[in-house]
Write a protein that binds this ligand. Structure first.
Ligand SMILES: [Zn+2]
Length: 285
C-alpha cells in the first residue's frame, strides 16, 4: 500500500492520524506527546514560547545555523532551546527490501571505510515530513563504531542512519540517527545486522518494522550538517538535517560483534568527529 494514499482509518490504526497532517514548525508541545506505548506520530517540538522564554533560551544559541561538517560531538548540557521543525513519520507497518553489503570503488574486494551494510526498501518508499516538507526514506545503513558522540560519553559501538531525501525541489536530506548498544536481547536491528550478505552482494529481507528501529524515548538533538560519506568527487554533501536520538537503541551482542568484525581490527566505516568553528547550534526537542 502506498503511504501516499493511506486511508484515514488505516492511518489511525497505525497511530498516524490526524496528527500526521503537516503541522506548523514546533507547534506540537512536548506535553501533547503520548507517554509510553504507541509511537507518537509527531515527535515533540520545543514547548517554550513567548518573549520571556525567548530571552531565556537566547544565550545558549551562540553557534551557527549554517551547515557544518558532520559528525559532531553533542553536549547535552549546552543545547539551544527553541522551536524545531515538526517531524512526522509516515512509515507503513512493515516493509520489504534488499540488504546490501556495499562495495564502493576504488577499494574493491575488501571492506573499506566507505562501505556499509544497508537496507534498501522495495516498492513505494516510506516518507516523513520535516517542517511540512516531504522526504522519502532512501535507505537504512550502519556505521561501526558510532560517528556521533555525546560529550562525556563513550562511543556507541554502532550507529544506524535512516536517510531521507527531499522529494521535490533542491537536494536535501533528513537523517535520523540511532546509536546502538550491545545487549543480551535481540531487537529489530538484529534483523538487519545478524547475517549480512557477502561484500558486494545482496539478499532479500522481508517484514521490517521501521518504527521498531527507533528508541522508545523520542527526545532528539537537531543540527544542520553534512553527509558523512563523500560522493564520487570527494564532496561531503550539505545541508543535511540531523536528528540524533538521545536514547540509545539496542542490538544483540552477537550482531554487534559480527558487524564490527566485518572490518579489520581497529578499522571501521566511520568519519571522525569534525571540529567546526563556530560550532553548530544544536537544538533539543
Ligand atoms: Zn551514514
Amino acid at each position: 500500500m502506498s503511504p501516499r494514499i493511506l486511508p484515514l482509518a488505516v492511518a489511525a490504526a497505525l497511530g498516524l492520524a490526524p496528527a500526521a497532517l503537516p503541522s506548523v514548525a514546533g507547534a506540537v508541545p512536548a506535553s501533547a506527546a503520548p507517554s509510553g506505548g504507541a509511537l507518537p506520530a509527531a515527535l515533540p517540538g520545543a514547548s517554550e514560547s513567548g518573549p520571556a522564554a525567548t530571552a531565556r533560551r537566547k544565550p545558549a544559541c551562540k553557534g551557527t545555523d549554517q551547515a557544518v561538517r558532520s559528525p559532531v560531538e553533542i553536549d547535552r548540557s549546552a543545547v539551544c532551546k527553541r522551536p524545531v521543525p515538526a517531524l512526522v513519520l509516515h512509515y507503513p507497518r512493515h516493509v520489504d527490501g534488499q540488504l546490501v553489503f556495499q562495495d564502493k570503488a576504488p577499494v574493491g574486494g575488501h571492506p573499506s571505510e566507505h562501505d556499509d551494510i544497508r537496507f534498501v526498501i522495495a516498492g513505494p518508499r516510506p516518507h516523513i515530513t520535516f517542517g511540512g516538507e516531504r522526504y522519502t526514506l532512501n535507505n537504512v545503513h550502519f556505521h561501526g563504531h558510532a560517528e556521533h558522540r555525546f560529550a562525556g560519553e563513550r562511543y556507541a559501538p554502532v550507529e544506524a542512519h535512516l536517510v531521507h531525501e527531499k522529494a521535490t525541489g533542491e537536494r536535501g536530506y533528513v537523517v535520523l540517527s540511532v546509536l546502538l548498544d550491545a545487549s543480551p536481547r535481540r531487537s529489530e536491528h538484529d534483523r538487519l545486522l545478524a547475517s549480512p550478505p557477502p561484500l558486494g552482494s545482496a539478499q532479500q529481507v522481508r517484514n521490517i518494522h521501521l518504527k521498531d528501529l527507533l528508541p522508545k524515548d523520542r527526545t532528539t538533538y537537531r543540527y544542520t550538517g553534512s553527509l558523512t560519506t563523500p560522493d564520487e568527487t570527494g564532496d561531503y554533501f550539505r545541508p543535511v538535517n540531523w536528528v540524533v536520538f538521545g536514547e540509545h537503541a539496542e542490538a544483540s551482542r552477537a550482531s554487534v560483534h559480527g558487524f564490527r568484525s566485518l572490518w579489520p581490527e581497529g578499522e571501521g566505516n566511520v568519519r571522525e568527529l569534525q571540529v567546526n568553528v563556530p560550532p553548530p547550534n544544536i537544538s533539543v526537542s
